[in-house]
Design a protein around this ligand. Structure first.
Ligand code: PEP
Ligand code: MN
Length: 336
């Protein structure tokens, strides 16, 4: 439930309302805008107290939120812009992240980073802790990989996005990277989400491949409810009966999430594609659908990549995809 206060509400009146919310066993979250003060009343049964707050003269109107997610909803806030050391996600400019599925060594990571930067990317993505289906597959370079990412970031200025698979990995990821990625397989690892909520670093939350959009927003709410509202949502394909691609890119998720949530939405066209020739059309469709960013797997030698080589494009292909995507963005009045 959200209480929108009258423009002339005094500090004293705000305090009285805040105290009453606490007395009722709910938790107040106050947002003081330039013109209005709004108070989110958090609690499972918050809306049963609607009548009580109707009686307060400082309350202008009350919105009962029927959705189970609140801080990430449009009711609470129109738009969240996530600022990663000055690079803003959720504004007119569509931000691009490129890079290998897995960090393999310093030289190749630097070469990839330089090429994607030239093509217009602001972020380098790359996994150091890898969630692999098989325990016999390459598991990632772990902390060594994080150090490489940090070094390459210092050389190129690119900001780093990398995955943490469990709570113990948050600390090293925070130390070396700029954005903590929560992968599809961990979208409902609630303890991990709560730990991310206590982090000062932005979180890129990928949609689980068997999860609904409401479940994705509830997972984002877990992070936000612990205090960290710097969350970027990522559509990366879901599992359907369709087996011509690795996953089915749910392109409608982009406009639907934007209607439901204040958070920015980016698309990873590589994982649903599964094949590199599909990365371009899926990227263009994502930009046309309103994505705030792109996360694309790029490698200077995709055929020898340690993981996901089949869906990885080379720097030339990446540059060409970004050029075409910029043209689509321009039609929509956006830049890329
Ligand atoms: C990745 O980004 O390399 C990755 C493992 O993604 P996802 O969690 O979407 O499968
Ligand atoms: Mn991958």
């Amino acid at each position: 439930m959200i209480l929108t206060l009258k423009n002339n509400a005094t500090e004293q009146q705000i305090k009285e309302i805040e105290d009453r919310i606490k007395q009722l066993g709910c938790v107040p979250e106050i947002s003081k805008g330039e013109e209005k003060v709004i108070i989110l009343v958090k609690g499972e049964q918050a809306s049963v107290h609607k009548d009580i707050f109707d009686a307060y003269s400082a309350v202008d109107f009350i919105t009962v939120i029927s959705e189970p997610y609140k801080l990430v909803s449009k009711h609470w806030k129109e738009k969240t812009v996530v600022d990663v050391k000055g690079i803003k996600i959720g504004e007119n400019k569509i931000q691009v992240a490129g890079g290998p599925c897995s960090v393999e060594n310093y030289e190749s990571t630097l070469e990839i980073a330089r090429s994607i930067k030239k093509a217009g990317a602001a972020f380098l993505r790359g996994g150091a802790y890898k969630p692999r289906t098989s325990p016999y597959s390459f598991q990632g370079m772990r902390e060594e990989g994080l150090k490489i990412l940090q070094q390459v970031s210092r050389e190129t200025g690119l900001k780093i996005i990398t995955e943490a698979m469990d709570i113990s990995q948050i600390e090293p990821v925070e130390k070396y990277a700029d954005v903590i990625q929560i992968g599809a397989r961990n979208m409902q690892n609630f303890e991990l989400l709560k730990a991310c909520g206590k982090s000062s670093k932005p979180v890129l939350l990928k949609r689980g491949f068997s999860n609904t959009i409401t479940e994705l927003l509830m997972s984002a709410e877990y992070i936000a409810s612990e205090g960290n509202t710097n969350i970027i949502l990522c559509e990366r394909g879901i599992r359907t009966f369709s087996d011509h691609t690795r996953f089915t890119l749910d392109i409608s998720a982009v406009p639907v999430i934007k209607k439901m949530s204040n958070l920015p939405v980016v698309v990873d066209p590589s994982h649903p594609a599964g094949k590199r020739e599909l990365v371009e059309p899926l990227t263009l469709a994502s930009v046309a659908a309103g994505a705030d960013g792109l996360l694309i797997e790029v490698h200077t030698d995709p055929q020898h990549a340690a993981s996901d080589g089949a869906q990885t494009v080379n720097p030339q292909q990446f540059e060409s995809i970004i050029k075409k995507a910029s043209q689509i963005a321009a039609v929509l009045g956006r830049t890329l």
